[in-house]
Design a protein around this ligand. Structure first.
Ligand code: IPM
Ligand code: MG
Length: 351
């Protein structure tokens, strides 16, 4: 059965990581079909819109989307893939591969997954002038007087819903079951300060946890957790967090194993998922063919698994691990001198 994948290669150096990965997947001959929605500047020049209807139709018609990193106007497509498709669980694995350039003395055994709530929190995009809050006559717990009287300034709304939290926490417990590793879910919030919003997140997480007696549940205040994650990353299995903390700590997690070039990501909803390396577009190395394609490759294996090709996904992951442990074709961020395409060729050889 043919599976259709919509590809948005992204900006700057991102396409250089995406293209060889797509070529590798294509060479598997498992019936993948690629379609290329035109978004961003190119689409704007043709249609006047950075995210035209035909691009949306290709994404809707595909089984999934494979997305390179965006810096510019292709961001509109990203917004659609998240909020339009309600991909509420952003899954970001962090696994140590022997041979990767981790800064830790003892990175062996790091294997956890951050599940970041992907649609709510400070990401709802409701910001504005403080004075616009005057009709609400809000007072803060920690400031004297009305919020709108603080002076010239802006606000951002943080919103956490029961439903949004419950589904991402449930997703995390199901993932912990499926991974069958430490069988543990860790929740990180700032509930001591954000008692209503993060307080609700934690409350819902605790409630959901009671439905999973076979999975250990623990929670930490997020700043303390950041320290624990760096000191003892091997202790974690599945970590669930509100959106912004998940954004920040998933980059930190990339640093634990050596670089963002290793940070894969997939965003899952009830009836759609898309996959994107978590790194940025790396404009400083655009055109040099040295961007580390590991994040794109590992995102693509998450995608293969989602599409029903779990065996192929495992083979590619094992091939990547062999390339790292041999160490002769690593990209510069990992201390090697191989190009992006040489790295992917080495993985293909190992297959
Ligand atoms: C990520 C990125 C995005 C985010 C940006 C590009 C909007 O940092 O996927 O982690 O903040 O979610
Ligand atoms: Mg980020």
């Amino acid at each position: 059965m043919i599976k259709t994948i919509a590809v948005i290669e992204g900006d700057d150096a991102a396409p250089e990581a995406m293209q060889p990965v797509i070529a590798l997947l294509d060479s598997l001959n498992i019936g993948l079909e690629w379609v290329y929605p035109e978004v961003g500047e190119a689409a704007e020049a043709r249609t006047g819109s950075i995210f035209p209807d035909d691009a949306r139709a290709l994404i809707d018609g595909a089984d999934t989307t494979f997305f390179g990193s965006t810096s510019g106007k292709s961001g509109a497509a990203l917004m659609y893939l998240r909020w339009g498709k309600e991909t509420f669980a952003n899954v970001r694995p962090c696994r140590y591969l022997a041979g990767c350039a981790s800064p830790l003395a003892d990175p062996e055994g790091i294997d956890f997954v951050i599940v970041r709530e992907n649609l709510e929190d400070l990401y709802i995009g409701a910001e504005g002038q403080l004075t616009d809050l005057a009709p609400l006559a809000l007072t803060g717990r920690n400031i004297k007087g009305f919020v709108h009287e603080m002076g010239v300034g802006r606000y951002a709304l943080k919103a956490i819903t029961e439903g949004g939290t419950e589904r991402v926490v449930r997703f995390s417990f199901e993932l912990a079951r499926k991974r069958a590793g430490q069988r543990k879910v860790t929740c990180a919030t700032k509930h001591n300060m954000l008692r209503e919003t993060d307080g609700l997140f934690l409350e819902v997480a605790r409630r959901v946890a009671s439905d999973y007696p076979d999975i250990t549940f623990e929670s930490f205040i997020v700043d303390d957790f950041a320290c624990r994650l760096i000191r003892e990353p091997q202790k974690y299995d599945v970590v669930v967090m509100p959106n912004l903390y998940g954004d920040i700590l998933s980059d930190a997690a990339g640093g634990l194993v050596g670089s963002l070039g290793l940070a894969a990501s997939g965003c899952f909803g009830d009836d759609y998922a898309y996959f994107e390396p978590a790194h940025g577009t790396a404009p400083d190395i655009a055109g040099m063919n040295i961007i580390n394609p590991t994040a794109a490759l590992l995102s693509s294996t998450m995608m293969l698994e989602y599409l029903g090709f779990a065996a192929e996904a495992i083979k590619i992951e094992e091939a990547i691990a062999r390339v790292y442990s041999r160490g002769d074709f690593l990209t510069p961020d990992q201390g090697g001198s191989a190009t992006t395409t040489e790295f992917v060729s080495a993985v293909t050889q190992q297959l």
